[in-house]
Design a protein around this ligand. Structure first.
Ligand code: ATP
Ligand code: MG
Length: 472
């Protein structure tokens, strides 16, 4: 146990000599770590894959794979793993090579138990630091380059193609899409691929800032412009100069401010609040909305001229339920993304689970999927996720979806709707056991998959990141 916070530390020892493993284990006994040992590199890799270690001690000279190769393979599984390399012939070269590959320290044989303890203690500290750093980075969102847009299905490929095309231009882009579909991700990607990439990307969340402050937020203010304006403040247009200004949730903004923004966009200059000065600005505008702006124009809450000024290039991000072919890749992405923070490694998501995820309607889109995966990972008690992990989604979505479909049809469901609802009922009753459900229904498992909108495994084997069983 770590006296400081009561967390049990886990250490992996890798050496092909049993005696050495015993001696190391003995030396570390005082520290009350949980110690695992591996005598072969493959065994070590299997252990790293299955669990998260705070530190590992690795013998440089191993049969089949040298220490550097093993280190590299271990870090490919767990980038934060902290490894102490044990070398028999302490040449500077091997030590340097080990450190270059990310070893946290090295010990030259022979060494004392105290030296081993010290090395492991330092490795654990380093691991802690790496983890904290990464969590901080993730919280601050300070990794713009490391936010991939996942999904290679037809719909997202089209989005990607559009991004690449508009990135070359300075045209204004209006991104539309339901909440959580990835509009902000798309906006950042447009910026990242544009010639402005090295310049600032500034976001104004038009819905989050109080209406009376928005104007100053956009255009800045001169000193003394209003009570409390003790110094001049730059607005987001000036801050984004040379770069991209992302106007998020553009749908909820006063007509008056829309007019001022329109003028700024047309004249390419702004006037800070409380001043006479006009300041030229060079910004690329990307706007996003989850409202239907055309309807807002019709209803009179959105200026038509402003709408046309923004909607030079429309880019619609489709809801997740219309691109279920991306679900497996997104699942895998989120499993990897949260593995370190949650200290959970999931290796396999079975077909039933994927079928539930593909059939669910995802009102919160990708953001909701991400939460569902995080939740499942947190509750997982092994390296595999099954239907049980997502059964709440199946139970939540279906009655509501069925009711919605019925009311669409003026109270009278079609035969197909009744059939689909019945199939889902049987699936729920069998806890998404595909084989059992198809037996009860008297249809093939492939038909069953098709009817619930999921793809049968043989339809999309190539795209699947997870091992899939063959359909019967
Ligand atoms: N294609 C994708 N690949 C990877 N992550 C994604 C993808 N789409 C969305 N996400 C993730 O889902 C979450 C929501 O995305 P984002 O904030 O871009 O959505 P949004 O459309 O702006 O939502 P809102 O309308 O609620 O502001 C983020 O954590 C984002 O990283
Ligand atoms: Mg957003």
């Amino acid at each position: 146990m770590d006296a400081a916070n009561g967390i049990e530390r886990t250490v992996l020892l890798v050496d092909d000599e049993r005696d050495a493993l015993d001696a190391y284990t003995q030396a570390l006994r005082r520290e009350r770590y949980r110690v695992d040992t591996a005598a072969r590199p493959e065994e070590a890799l299997a252990l790293v894959r299955a669990g998260a270690y705070d530190a590992a001690v690795v013998d440089f000279k191993m049969p089949g794979m040298n220490g550097i190769e093993l280190l590299r393979a271990m870090r490919a599984i767990d980038a934060d793993i902290s490894v102490v390399m044990v070398t028999g012939y302490a040449t500077i070269e091997t030590a340097v090579a080990a450190m270059k590959e990310g070893a946290s320290d090295y010990l030259a044989k022979p060494f004392t138990p105290e030296e081993l303890r010290l090395g492991v203690r330092k490795a654990i500290q380093r691991h802690e630091l790496l983890r904290e750093n990464r969590e901080l980075r993730e919280r601050l969102g300070a990794r713009p380059a490391a936010r991939p847009i996942v999904g290679a299905g037809a719909a997202m490929s089209e989005v990607r193609r559009l991004i690449a095309r508009v990135a070359e231009t300075d045209s204004t882009v209006l991104i539309s899409g339901e909440t959580g579909t990835g509009k902000e991700l798309v906006a950042r990607e447009i910026h990242a691929q544009s010639r402005r990439a090295a310049q600032p990307f500034i976001t104004v969340d038009c819905a989050a800032i109080p209406a009376e402050l928005l104007e100053s937020e956009f255009f800045g203010h001169e000193r003394g412009a209003f009570t409390g304006a003790v110094r001049r403040r730059k607005g987001s247009f000036e801050l984004a100069d040379g770069g991209t200004l992302f106007l998020d949730e553009i749908g909820n903004m006063s007509l008056e401010l829309q007019a001022r923004l329109l003028r700024a966009l047309q004249e390419r200059e702004i006037q800070p609040v409380g001043g006479e000065r006009k300041i030229p600005v060079d910004v690329r505008i990307v706007a996003a909305t989850n409202r239907n702006l055309k309807e807002a124009v019709r209803a009179g809450s959105f200026r038509e001229d402003f709408y046309y000024r923004l909607n030079v290039i429309p880019l619609a991000v489709p809801p997740l339920r219309e691109r279920t072919d991306d679900v497996p890749a997104l699942v895998q992405h989120f499993l990897a993304k949260h593995a370190g923070r949650l200290n959970r490694r999931i290796e396999r998501v079975d077909d039933e689970a994927l079928a539930i995820l593909a059939a669910y309607t995802w009102p919160g889109n990708v953001r909701e999927l991400e939460s569902a995966i995080e939740r499942a990972m947190t509750l997982a008690d092994g390296p595999e996720l099954g239907a049980g992990a997502f059964v709440h989604l199946a139970e939540e979505s279906r009655p509501a979806a069925a009711a919605a479909r019925r009311s669409d049809a003026a109270g009278m469901p079609t035969l197909e709707q009744i059939e689909t609802d019945y199939i889902l009922e049987v699936l729920q009753a069998t806890r998404w056991n595909r084989r059992e459900a198809s037996r009860i229904l008297g249809i093939s498992t492939v038909t069953l998959w098709r009817r619930i909108g999921a793809r049968a495994p043989d339809d999309c084997k190539e795209q699947r990141p997870f091992r899939s069983e063959t359909p019967s």
